[in-house]
Design a protein around this ligand. Structure first.
Ligand code: NAI
Length: 303
């Protein structure tokens, strides 16, 4: 059985990966890895979630094929590479397992402990966490040196960058292997230290929180703030469009987590607007209603 130090010696491309959690992020990661020729084993604790994700990925590939961005041969081989598994034991031969499950430290730690009893000692355990400490997640593992962050962005196939996060005890070979993996998927890796929110959710945090303050102070309506940030400031999505895309069930807890990790630094204070909407289940695109209404398929401003 190879030791984790042997990761450095394992040159060449990555062949087999596991993805745990088949939600918005897990399915995207599975898609790009299978498209890049890796064998992908996708698992979700919820019955049918992984199979539904596989169907959604196949639909994406069909669209890409129709647009001429994927040949029939590429579609066929990507399809062969994406495998739904119904038990985590199937991850035994994976070189990297990436988790994209619920954003809770105890659940992520527990998952990595379970995985360590299944995978080889050379297997890397990567977390797609947005806001939790990679070092804290790794501390629950028997071999914390094999744990690192690999933070993709939503939607994964379109957002061509990923943060590779070294926890305090992560071996540099593990970071290098994740950098190689990210390149292999056609995405660009950016190495960052383990700090609350890493780079994007730290530096970009104010995009949401300041826009929410502008809204709360009654300076302008949210569609106006979105329009000016898109048209004048050049952002691809306005801050409220972005909150709707991510979903408040993900983004509000991220805001809270970063605020708490910085010892309640006022710059990162979350908003009562998103807290109330979260409590009311008005989450964004995934519930058909967020700041905007999506019930008829288009994005409209609720009257
Ligand atoms: P999601 O809610 O769409 O999907 C999570 C999936 O994980 C669900 O299908 C759920 O059944 C499954 N799951 C939960 N606990 C599990 C367990 N113990 N074992 C196996 N499967 C389990 O969540 P989403 O949005 O995909 O987020 C996943 C992770 O990625 C979170 O850590 C989140 O913070 C992070 N993330 C989310 C982004 C976003 O914009 N949605 C962006 C970047 C990171």
């Amino acid at each position: 059985m190879p030791a984790v130090s042997a990761v450095a010696e394992v040159h060449g491309s990555i062949g087999v990966i596991g993805v745990i959690g088949a939600g918005a992020m897990g399915r995207g990661i599975a898609q790009i890895a299978a498209q890049a020729g890796m064998q992908v084993k996708l698992f979700d604790v919820q019955a049918d979630a992984a199979e539904n994700a596989r169907k959604a990925v196949l639909a994406q590939w069909e669209k890409l094929q129709q647009k001429g961005k994927l040949t029939e041969q590429q579609f066929h081989s990507a399809k062969q590479q994406l495998q739904v598994v119904t038990a985590m034991d199937a991850m035994a031969d994976c070189e990297i397992v990436i988790e994209a499950i619920v954003e809770r430290l105890d659940v992520k730690r527990d998952l990595f402990r379970q995985l360590e009893a299944i995978v080889s000692a050379g297997c890397i355990l990567a977390t797609n966490t947005s806001s939790l400490s990679v070092t804290a997640i790794a501390a629950g593992a028997a071999m914390p040196e094999r744990v690192a962050g690999l933070h993709f962005f939503n939607p994964v196939p379109l957002m061509k960058v990923a943060e590779v996060i070294a926890g305090l005890r992560t071996r540099s070979e593990v970071v290098q292997r994740l950098v190689a993996f990210t390149h292999q998927t056609g995405h660009r890796p950016v190495i960052t230290k383990d700090t609350p929110g890493f780079i994007v959710n730290h530096a970009g945090r104010a995009y949401g929180t300041e826009a929410l303050r502008v809204l709360q102070e009654g300076v302008a309506a949210f569609p106006v703030i979105d329009a000016i940030m898109r048209e004048a400031a050049g952002f691809r999505l306005g801050p409220f469009e972005l909150l709707d895309l991510t979903g408040l069930d993900v983004s509000h807890p991220v805001m809270e987590s970063i605020y708490q990790q910085y010892y309640q630094e006022p710059r990162y204070r979350p908003s009562v607007i998103t807290a109330q909407r979260l409590q009311g289940g008005v989450l964004g695109r995934k519930t058909g209603r967020g700041f905007y209404d999506y019930t008829d398929g288009a994005q409209t401003v609720p009257q």
